[in-house]
Ligand binder design. Sequence first.
Ligand code: SF4
Ligand code: SF4
Length: 384
Amino acid sequence: MNIEDLKAEIIAYSKEIGIDKIGFTTADPFVELKERLRRQQELGYQSGFEKGTIEERTEPRLLFPDAQSIISIAVAYPAKMENAPKSTRGDRRGVFCRASWGIDYHDALKERLSKLSDFIKSKETEFTGKLMVDTGELVDKAVAERAGIGFGGKNTLLITPEFGSYVYLGELITNIPFTPDEPLEDSCGDCTICIDVCPTGAIVQGGQLDSKRCIAFLTQVKDFVPEEFRDKIGNRLYGCDTCQAVCPRNRHVDFHLHADLEPEPEIVKPQLKPILKMSNRQFKETYGHMAGSWRGKKPIQRNAIIALGVYKDNTAIDELIEILVNDPRPVMRGTAAWSLGKIGTDAALIAISEAKEREADDQVLYEIDLALNKLEGGAASNAR
Ligand code: SF4
Ligand code: SF4
């Protein structure tokens, strides 16, 4: 089949299988990106979650020697949730970011890309391809930008004219030399809202992300969250939407085009206290289908402990003391000490002081001392 006709058929078919935008680009190396990734690495801004070397991330032919083109796809996800439960005193709730609403988007997009691949194969028997969504080596945003899906915003996300930045991205490297689409001529202009509003100052140098300061990353680490970021994490259990929520390009954007990407309100905005006691099995049954569960139960529970401290929820004292005394994981005991210190009632102070006598782990002891210093400092300044 003529390549232009095949391209037209692929575009038409993509609409039938829940792909909202599609673009084509060459399989040439991503030269500018390579430079940017090198700078990022030198500055120590990478998260550590990236897959592959800088060469593999920027040279499609290293991943797929027959590569001739890349098809980039975007699928829009909702920005607003109907019937969101309220977080109230004594019944505080945490939040999962929008990219964790519905089923895991990796699965949702891989399914669509597989169908696309089967379709191309049915038209062109010589076709071979390799699909990727987020966790592959290629940088989805860079591919989408070059394929004309959207432009790179200063918040480091891809912004489409139609769906704002609320899109999931994936790609299919192919052995067919499709004609490339033109990148969009668009930009943030003078706007710097996301840079000014980011709670941790993670967006630096006009559009570079210091991943280690980004809340989206910090909510996923399994170790202690550095103390300076805990209040800023607030009630976030997974991810952070702030730099998308404030973006003028997302104003009035809220698409509900796919049933599999709709949020379940009780699951994406859950009560905090029950999370503390969840077994692995309960966690898997409740959250296993979501993107936000990929790091397992531990970071979500740790973030729930932080959120209860940030809320100063004194109805959670018994649960937090139970963790401080009995949880085998030092990260949980230490974070519980911090939260009890924030809540700061007499019962919290007594529990932290008693824990100090029994505790053997250095990091937990450090957290205990930090909490006691704050509480005793607060008591001293109140007495003055
Ligand atoms: S996700 Fe949150 S912390 Fe990260 S850059 Fe955006 S606003 Fe800042
Ligand atoms: S908030 Fe402004 S600077 Fe940031 S991504 Fe949106 S348009 Fe660009």
